[in-house]
Design a protein. Structure first.
Ligand SMILES: [Zn+2]
Length: 303
């Protein structure tokens, strides 16, 4: 009887774990959602099996086969909590710059010189990389930046026209979210993108431009826009610590699935003094209360 219960408990756990691993093998959106659950939900549930199995082992000093299976599979799952709670973030591992298709190359979203806060393939240069949707996202500012002051107008980016990085059809044009106060980072999990525009490109994939100024969104859903056309103005709405342009490339239509999707590589072309397609790197250094941006400076090349 006891053996039957032990096998039942082990089977329940292994089935649960298998469900998530199966989602990763399935690919596509199942992989994205499966990864999210694997790093956030599975470690918590693993604890519910790991602790009793460990206590039993210590008490009885012998492990049966179902005990061993539970201990050996739930133990490593606890480590996934490091990723799920951002304690030791690593780049989303289930895709790569070479394998993720299609990549796109677009122009910069303003005509100004921009500083890359986060960008690139590696997590040291691009914090977004831990998130499957934002795997190759950028955060771009215009100097002066990293001021830590609450006045929006003090930041170089604030109010700058945000331009369509490529031609496309508008699939999201959301406005009406208020500005967050810069330098006083209060997470906004309900509307992380704030006022934002999404474009469907000729590849059938989508660009998302976020954190626009309230009342500035200048396009509407269904509209065809040309490259370089004004979409809105740089602002600080949504989950943001200072005025910047967030830009990412995702496969699924954010008008349908929102901002949980397969992130895709995004390159810049037509950069001043740079040939070909570039994935500029970001970087941020924290020195006590002071924040320093160490990323590359880039500018659109006027034709
Ligand atoms: Zn961002």
């Amino acid at each position: 009887m006891r053996a039957v219960l032990a096998w039942l408990a082990a089977g329940l756990w292994l089935g649960w774990l298998g469900l998530h691993l199966g989602a990763l093998l399935w690919g596509g959106m199942a992989r994205v959602v499966g990864w999210g659950l694997l790093v956030q939900i599975v470690p918590v549930t693993a604890l519910l099996w790991f602790v009793p199995a460990l206590l039993w082992l210590l008490w009885r000093r012998k492990a049966t086969v179902p005990h061993a299976l539970v201990l050996l599979t739930s133990g490593p799952c606890l480590l996934l909590a490091l990723q799920g709670f951002s304690l030791y973030p690593v780049a989303y591992p289930l895709t790569s710059l070479k394998r993720a298709r299609p990549p796109v190359a677009v122009r910069l979203p303003t005509d100004e010189a921009m500083l890359v806060v986060w960008g690139g393939d590696e997590i040291e240069h691009n914090y977004h990389a831990l998130d499957p949707t934002q795997r190759w996202a950028y955060d771009l500012v215009i100097e002066p930046a990293a001021l830590g002051v609450p006045e929006l107008e003090a930041y170089g980016c604030y109010g700058t026209e945000v331009l369509a990085p490529a031609p496309g059809r508008v699939v999201v044009a959301e406005d009406g979210h208020p500005e967050a106060i810069p330098g006083q980072f209060v997470p906004n999990w309900k509307y992380p993108a704030g006022n934002h525009v999404a474009l469907r490109l000729e590849t059938g994939t989508h660009l998302v431009l976020a954190h626009l100024q309230p009342g500035s969104v200048a396009v509407s859903v269904g509209q065809e826009v040309q490259e370089g056309q004004t979409l809105g103005r740089c602002g600080n709405s949504g989950n943001t610590s200072e005025p910047h342009v967030h830009l990412h490339h995702q496969r699924q239509d954010p008008g349908r699935v929102g901002l949980v999707a397969e992130g895709l590589p995004l390159w810049f072309r037509d950069l001043e003094g740079r040939d070909g397609e570039i994935m500029p790197r970001g970087g941020v250094e924290l020195d006590g209360d002071e924040v320093r941006f160490l990323g590359e400076r880039v500018r659109h090349r006027a034709r």
